[in-house]
Design a protein around this ligand. Structure first.
Ligand SMILES: Nc1ncnc2c1ncn2[C@@H]1O[C@H](COP(=O)(O)OP(=O)(O)OP(=O)(O)O)[C@@H](O)[C@H]1O
Ligand SMILES: [Zn+2]
Length: 651
């Protein structure tokens, strides 16, 4: 290492946020590159599932703080450096601007959008450069954000989640993923989720001429119906009767292969379930409730036969009713819920079989339903290396040579690692530029609570907000607020905007501030009476910036969640979020592309972004081998069937 590198590295004090897949690699690389003062924030404890790639952790560490164990592991081979761990959420108030100011550079190894946005704001306020990163399987990226020199992390819109037309899911699936979405977001939600939610599995009376039953009751279990009888009825209803109904519509099948109805009597001719396993020997208190041992199904990578799927379907339904009765009515699909995964796999496979789509194993179905892209340790290692390279350039004030780097799955222009010059800041970014936002809202019907939750927290990503109308404080969040003031704010939350003590009406300019993030923004209020219910179900439209497009609907998902996150863990998920109308991103601003572009054979459009993965979404890389939409799916909008409307999916 050159002397100047060594000097820069030795004198630096760095903050790492996240000690997971990328973070473990990063800490090791920092230590081996000569960094001597490293602080680590991670709020998590170690789980067994981390051990395959978070190599600083061992079985004996399960349950302990990631930050602390990572420190101890690295001190074993670099005993004389300073590593300070914080087992805490980076959003806690102790990590304020003053705290951030002590660092020369901040390095993110996070897995969700919410935390990434928060760190971005603190870095801007503290004027500390940020190196941001993410990986998804073989894909990864490292971006550099330096106030006044490059764009900030929030300058560019985040990708809109993938979507499928509702009718593809409800009526004309052509891929296994469509069947998984149907099983998870329609059938599972109908049987086990919140009954008050809209669901396209409802059969409208006009479709339902053959039965005297109220169609709303089809999924209700009558008191004289045991779990197995109920399961058989539901099976025949959704895989038999509903398919026959659909077949009656000739138009639909003119240019499509017709599905075949599947009835349980044809698949499982003898009435009783074949239980091949030995339940007594296979289950214990701490084992998850599962159909597989009972049915003698051992390998999650096997593809079950149609009969086995029918058995799993009936048995999982029975186990939910008999063993998890209390959960029914509140369940949301969770990829870590074994019984839920078994039910969804079986239902998706039976539907797939009906539509002539190849069936899949539980392992594969779980990956699709749970939005899982399996982490690749090598990608994390490459990304960590690139983070350190960029950090060293920053520390040497060699900003000119800083690059955003993309790690591709297949060579593009013979390169697997693609460098791109950082972009300039987006002048309409409300986070790093002063940009007044416009909010169209019905001030006579919308409560302050909805404004605070849906706009300020979910869309603007503020953590401890204050809302002001001129000099009047309307709302404030924080622990140290006096009781009578807090009561007053609580009262305000339940008032509609126009009836607040300081009325918010057409033309009002509200100032919203987050003291922790040191971020202020002005919002111009425009009263609007009518909203298109389908387009803007929340009755709010925010415009004037090019930030996160519906990021609330992006399912985040661990380290692969480059953008988001939705999850994410279901972090910033907000199925009720209002709509955001982005401005044309970066209008007028110059976007640079690297020298790589010049030598490429695709130089006809030098002013646009090179054909790279979207910086937030490496799935979008120019990769002829990548599947189109077979990865990730989540249905959040369930409009009336029949109408063509996009079903949101997560990426
Ligand atoms: N707000 C936050 N404050 C502190 N640490 C955070 C915050 N959000 C996420 N992290 C940490 O970022 C790390 C991201 O690591 P990674 O993507 O490998 O996820 P993981 O949770 O370890 O893996 P998996 O999701 O696959 O189990 C995690 O260790 C997580 O605890
Ligand atoms: Zn910005």
């Amino acid at each position: 290492m050159a002397d100047s590198h060594l000097q820069a590295v030795k004198g630096a004090k760095v903050l790492m946020v996240g000690a997971g897949g990328i973070g473990c690699e990063l800490l090791k690389t920092l230590a081996l590159s000569g960094f001597e003062d490293i602080h680590i924030i991670d709020m998590d404890t170690i789980e067994v599932s981390n051990l395959n790639r978070q190599f600083l952790f061992r079985q004996s560490h399960v349950g302990q703080s990631k930050a602390k164990v990572a420190r101890d592991a690295v001190l074993k081979f670099k005993p004389h450096i300073n590593i300070k761990p914080y087992h805490a959420n980076v959003k806690s108030p102790e990590f304020n601007v003053e705290f951030f100011k002590q660092f020369s550079v901040v390095l993110n190894g996070l897995d969700n959008l919410d935390a990434r946005r928060h760190v971005n704001r603190l870095c801007l306020a503290a004027q500390v450069p940020l190196v941001e990163s993410g990986t998804t399987g073989y894909l990864g990226q490292v971006t550099v954000h330096v106030k006044g020199k490059t764009e900030c992390y929030e300058c560019q819109p985040k990708p809109t989640p993938k979507s499928y037309p509702v009718c593809t899911i409800t009526s004309t699936p052509s891929k296994f993923v469509h069947c998984v979405v149907w099983a998870k977001d329609l059938l599972f939600a109908k049987l086990f989720g919140d009954k008050s939610q809209d669901n396209d599995l409802n059969i409208r009376p006009s479709d339902d001429g053959n039965t005297s039953k109220n169609p709303e009751d089809v999924f209700e279990r009558s008191s004289d119906e045991n779990a197995e009888k109920y399961g058989r009825r539901i099976h025949d209803h959704v895989f038999g009767y509903n398919i026959e109904l659909a077949l009656a519509n000739d138009e639909t099948w003119k240019n499509r292969k017709k599905p075949s109805p599947i009835y349980i009597k044809d698949v499982l001719p003898d009435k009783s379930l074949q239980r091949n396993g030995h339940l007594e020997n296979c289950t214990s208190e701490d084992m998850p409730i599962s159909t597989m041992p009972t049915l003698g199904l051992k390998n999650p990578q096997d593809i079950w036969s149609l009969a086995e799927n029918a058995e799993v379907f009936l048995e999982s339904l029975r186990l939910f009713i008999e063993k998890r009765d209390k959960d029914i009515g509140n369940l949301i699909f969770d990829k870590d819920d074994q019984l839920a995964v078994e039910f969804v796999t079986a239902a998706a496979n039976i539907r797939a079989s009906s539509f002539g789509i190849p069936m899949h194993s539980l392992f594969e179905a779980k990956g699709i339903a749970g939005n899982i892209v399996h982490a690749v340790a090598t990608t994390n290692a490459i990304i960590a290396g690139l983070i350190v390279i960029e950090a060293i350039k920053i520390l040497q004030c060699d900003f000119h040579n800083c690059r955003m780097s993309y790690c591709l799955e297949h060579p593009s222009r013979k390169m697997l690692l693609m460098p791109v010059e950082p972009f300039e800041a987006n002048k309409s970014c409300y986070v790093c530029s002063e940009q007044t936002l416009l909010l169209e809202i019905n001030t006579w019907t919308t409560k302050l609570r909805d404004f605070v939750e849906k706009i300020i927290r979910n869309i603007l990503g503020m953590n401890l907000p204050i809302v002001m109308h001129g000099a009047n404080l309307i709302y404030e969040d924080g622990d140290d607020i006096e009781e009578d003031i807090a009561t007053n704010y609580a009262r305000n939350l339940d008032k509609v905007l126009a009836e607040l003590p300081s009325q918010v009406t057409n033309g009002t300019v509200l100032t919203v501030e987050d003291l922790q993030q040191e971020l202020t923004c002005n919002i111009n209020i425009k009263h609007r009476e009518e909203f298109d219910e389908e387009k803007h179900p929340d009755g709010m439209v925010l415009s004037g910036w090019s930030g996160h497009l519906n990021d609330n609907k992006v399912a985040s998902n661990k380290e692969n969640d480059i953008s988001s996150a939705p999850s994410a863990a279901a972090d910033a998920e907000n199925p009720d979020g209002p709509d955001v109308v982005p401005e044309k991103p970066h209008s007028g601003s110059k976007r640079k592309i690297s020298e790589v572009e010049e030598s490429s054979d695709n130089s006809e459009n030098p002013s646009s972004k090179p054909n790279l993965p979207d910086r937030e979404n490496p799935h979008q890389v120019d990769d002829s081998n990548s599947g189109d939409d077979d990865d990730v799916v989540m249905l959040v909008a369930l409009p009336e069937a029949g109408k063509k409307k996009r079903v949101q999916t997560a990426d």
